[in-house]
Write a protein that binds this ligand. Structure first.
Ligand code: DQA
Length: 149
């Protein structure tokens, strides 16, 4: 059994209430529940966090260096601004999957650039909250592949 960190950036605590026409009606608690149950099904465990503060996300990435076999991250608005989160992820070796609920490429041009993409092993955008579950599946596949050598 491996530990997968699922990290969420600013305003995602409002998921379900905030611009539901873009982000849907599921809450972050729903996402956490679904990710936990899928991870369990795949033989893994998750640590799920959300913060509106950049430094907390960085601290969790540092913590993941000690304990996690992969990170699923939706850095939200920090995606487009944070060299510090990119640097922290560059210091984390196992797989990283970047998730965006909305299709950022169909939105304002400032959302088209992601610092995190420079590190991510894969990016999922525009598949709604299902993107988190797909990312967990992909991390599980990569964990199994690296265990098989
Ligand atoms: C987001 C897209 C970002 O551009 C935005 O700032 C968010 C959420 C998404 O999940 O679609 O807060 O990461």
């Amino acid at each position: 059994m491996s530990l997968i960190f699922v990290l969420n950036g600013p305003n995602l605590n409002l998921l379900g209430k905030r611009q539901p026409e873009i982000y849907g009606r599921e809450t972050l608690a729903d996402v956490e529940r679904d990710c936990a149950s899928l991870a369990r099904e795949l033989g893994h465990e998750i640590r799920f966090h959300q913060s509106n503060r950049e430094y907390e996300i960085i601290d969790w990435i540092h913590e993941a260096r000690e304990s996690a076999a992969g990170i699923v991250i939706n850095p939200a608005a920090f995606t487009h601004t944070s060299v510090a989160i990119l640097d922290a992820l560059n210091a984390f070796e196992p797989p990283v999957i970047e998730v965006h609920i909305s299709n950022v490429h169909k939105r304002e041009s400032f959302r088209h650039h992601s610092f995190v993409t420079l590190r991510a092993d894969g990016v999922i955008a525009g598949l709604g909250t299902e993107g988190y579950r797909l990312a967990i599946r992909r991390i599980a596949t990569l964990i199994a592949a690296s265990a098989a050598g």
